[in-house]
Design a binder for this molecule. Sequence first.
Ligand SMILES: Nc1nc2c(ncn2[C@@H]2O[C@H](COP(=O)(O)OP(=O)(O)O)[C@@H](O)[C@H]2O)c(=O)[nH]1
Ligand SMILES: [Mg+2]
Length: 265
Amino acid sequence: MLNETSGASSAPLAPDDVWAIIPTLNERETLPRVVEQTLPYVARILIVDGASTDGTREWVEEQIAKGVSLQLEVVTVRGKGRALRRALKLVPVRWTVMLDADGSHVPSDIPRFLEPLRQGEADMVVGSRWTGGSDELHGDMNMWLRRMGSQVLTRLVNLRWGADLSDIQNGYRALSTHIGRRIGLASPDFNIEQEMVMKFLAGGYRVTNVPSHEYARQGGVAKLDLGQVWFRFGVVVLRHLFGLSRPKLRRRPRRNRAKRRSETI
Ligand SMILES: Nc1nc2c(ncn2[C@@H]2O[C@H](COP(=O)(O)OP(=O)(O)O)[C@@H](O)[C@H]2O)c(=O)[nH]1
Ligand SMILES: [Mg+2]
């Protein structure tokens, strides 16, 4: 696939087997810079927009009309998990990078994320804020809670699957598109990140961390209110740890079962 990007921000060496997914919900302020910095490293960026009302979508459409290598998918139902799941189905290339639109992730780290994938050493690479540093996880009580909760959950996951990860929740990651699609992701919202790690590990796939610094959001408003979701974060981890999240098998109604039996005889 050719990189159709025009303008100085595109680099001719952008790999053709990597796409980026950037979920957006009212990120008009920070998205242009993130896009500009990401384009040199990927063949295309798939922007998956929620119900943005700040002109995010219009900006993306303008860029597409100019020939910039972007694609827009709209998922108006709220939830980062829903957005990422939909987007993952649309990526036609081998590797997918996921990063946020708020400027907290450093796009020039992308080659570092891809290296273990290309070397066949990992199937998913998650940016570690513990080894790379984070400006988001320091500060008020909310941040402290986030830091502590994250460490506890990561430790539980390591124990359960014999992994040696320092960060399972960072949204900045690179993965095998194919595996990401087939592990049955179901989280509607921010739990998607930890669900992805746990399902990779449970499926016998390799997950590793690379250091990546997380900056504070560069503009706009945070969408994650930890006070509202921390409990769900914990519940999701526990459900996966104890294997309670296997899909429930629905009993087929009696009539259909009888019909099916007669069909197979
Ligand atoms: N499409 C879509 N994107 C979302 C939604 N919620 C958050 N995002 C995006 O997901 C990324 C992470 O959100 P953010 O508020 O920065 O969460 P935090 O970094 O975990 O505090 C940002 O790029 C958001 O715009 C949503 O409901 N739909
Ligand atoms: Mg953020």
